[in-house]
Design a protein around this ligand. Structure first.
Ligand SMILES: [Zn+2]
Length: 362
C-alpha cells in the first residue's frame, strides 16, 4: 500500500528525476515557482536562489513561521577533460566513492540538454592481488562515449558542468516504498507543496513561509541568507536523514517506516527539549509513530537557529536508506506520519502557544 496521494507520488517522481546540485538548482526552483504561482501565493527569494511562498494571515503584526527544505542534491562537476574524451570530476557535497563505480551519469551541456555516460569500472581479473584501493571521486573517469576532448567540448560539456546520477524513480514491490535519487531533500519539497494544499482554505493566526533554500549540501549557505531575509519567529526545517536499520537490529537509531524523527542532537544543532516535547505531543495527537534520533550529520537548522538574535528552530525529518546515492529507499508511511504530525502542529500553533513554548524554554 502506498501512503502518498496521487499528486504527492507524481511530485516525488518528477522532483527526484530533476537535477539540481548545489549552486545549479534552477530546474527545481522553476518547478517550485510554477507551483507557488498556480496557488496564487506571493513569493520571496534571496540573491542565491532560495524561494518561498508566503501565506499571510489577516493580522498585520502576526508571527512569522518558516518551513524550510532544501532544493539542492549532492553530485559532481566536471573538473577536467582528458585528451581521450574522458571526464574527471569533483564532488559537490558528501559522496561515498564506493557508490560511483559503473554508475550511469547525466552531464548537463551548455544547451541545457543531458548527455549520458558511465563511470569506468575495472573487471575482477584486472584487479591484481589484494583488495582494490577505494578510489577518491577525483580518481574516477566518466565516459560519455566521445573519443576526443574536442568532441566533448563540441557536445557542450564544459568545466563546471553539472553531473548527477542517472537514476530513474521506481515504486518497489508492495507499493509502500519508493526508490530513486535525491529524496534528500525532495522529501521537503513534496511536503511543502502538500502542506500548502492542505491549508489552502484555512486562515492561520500567523504568516506562513513555505519553501526551500539552496546550497545546503555544501554548508547551509542558502539557509543563512534566506533566514536573514524572512526573519522568522519560529522555524521548522525539513530534511531526509540516513536510516541505520539495514541490519535488522531494532535498537539502531533511524528505523525505516517508524515515523518522524525527534532529532535531539546532530553536528549542527542541539535541540531544545521544550520543542521536542511539543513535537512529540503533536505526533501523539496525530496518532502516528515517532522515533528519537541523533546524527553525525546536520541540517539547515544549524544555520537557521543561529540567525539574527537566534530563532526557535525545530527539525522535522524522516529517514531513508542509502541517502547521497543513486538508490535511496524511502517509506511512504514515514512521509504520511510526518505530514500528519506537521499539519497537527501547524493547526495548533498560535501566538499563545509560541509564548508558552518560550516560557517553558527558560
Ligand atoms: Zn538534506
Amino acid at each position: 500500500m502506498n501512503y502518498l496521494t496521487k499528486k504527492e507520488l507524481s511530485w516525488f517522481k518528477t522532483l527526484s528525476e530533476k537535477n539540481a546540485i548545489s549552486g545549479q538548482e534552477n530546474e527545481v526552483a522553476a518547478f517550485l515557482k510554477r507551483h507557488f504561482e498556480a496557488k496564487n501565493l506571493p513569493m520571496i527569494t534571496d540573491a542565491l536562489g532560495s524561494i518561498f511562498a508566503v501565506k499571510k494571515s489577516k493580522n498585520p503584526d502576526a508571527l512569522k513561521v518558516m518551513i524550510m527544505g532544501h532544493m539542492d542534491e549532492i553530485g559532481f562537476i566536471v573538473s577536467k577533460i582528458e585528451d581521450n574524451g574522458m571526464l574527471r570530476l569533483l564532488p559537490i557535497g558528501g559522496i561515498n566513492p564506493l557508490t560511483l563505480t559503473s554508475q550511469r551519469m547525466r552531464v548537463k551541456t551548455t544547451q541545457k540538454t543531458y548527455v549520458i555516460g558511465a563511470i569506468d569500472a575495472t573487471p575482477p581479473h584486472l584487479l591484481g592481488a589484494g583488495s582494490p584501493p577505494i578510489p577518491r571521486v577525483e580518481d574516477v573517469y566518466l565516459d560519455v562515449g566521445l573519443s576526443a576532448k574536442k568532441a566533448v567540448l563540441e557536445a557542450g560539456i564544459q568545466l563546471g558542468a553539472m553531473v548527477t546520477f542517472d537514476a530513474p524513480f521506481q515504486t518497489l514491490a508492495g507499493g509502500q516504498r519508493i526508490l530513486g535519487k535525491a529524496f534528500d531533500n525532495r522529501y521537503s519539497l513534496v511536503m511543502g507543496l502538500s502542506i500548502l494544499d492542505a491549508l489552502e482554505n484555512k486562515d492561520l493566526p500567523y504568516d506562513l513561509y513555505v519553501g526551500a533554500s539552496v546550497q545546503e549540501e555544501v554548508g547551509l549557505r542558502g539557509a543563512q541568507t534566506m533566514t536573514h531575509r524572512i526573519q522568522p519567529d519560529f522555524a521548522i526545517v525539513l530534511d531526509c536523514s540516513p536510516a541505520r536499520d539495514s541490519s535488522g537490529k531494532p535498537d539502531e537509531l533511524g528505523q525505516l517506516g517508524q515515523g518522524v524523527l525527534l532529532r535531539y542532537l546532530d553536528r549542527s544543532m542541539v535541540a531544545r527539549p521544550t520543542l521536542l516535547a511539543y513535537q512529540e505531543k503533536m505526533a501523539k495527537r496525530a496518532r502516528v509513530p515517532y522515533q528519537y534520533f541523533d546524527s553525525p550529520g546536520g541540517t539547515d537548522a544549524g544555520a537557521v537557529h543561529k540567525s539574527n538574535a537566534g530563532v526557535m528552530t525545530l527539525t522535522h525529518c524522516i529517514v531513508a536508506r542509502s541517502i547521497h546515492s543513486p538508490s535511496t529507499i524511502l517509506d511512504t508511511y514515514d512521509f504520511f506520519a510526518s505530514k500528519k504530525t506537521l499539519l497537527t502542529m501547524l493547526k495548533d500553533f498560535s501566538l499563545a502557544r509560541f509564548e508558552q513554548l518560550q516560557r517553558e524554554d527558560r
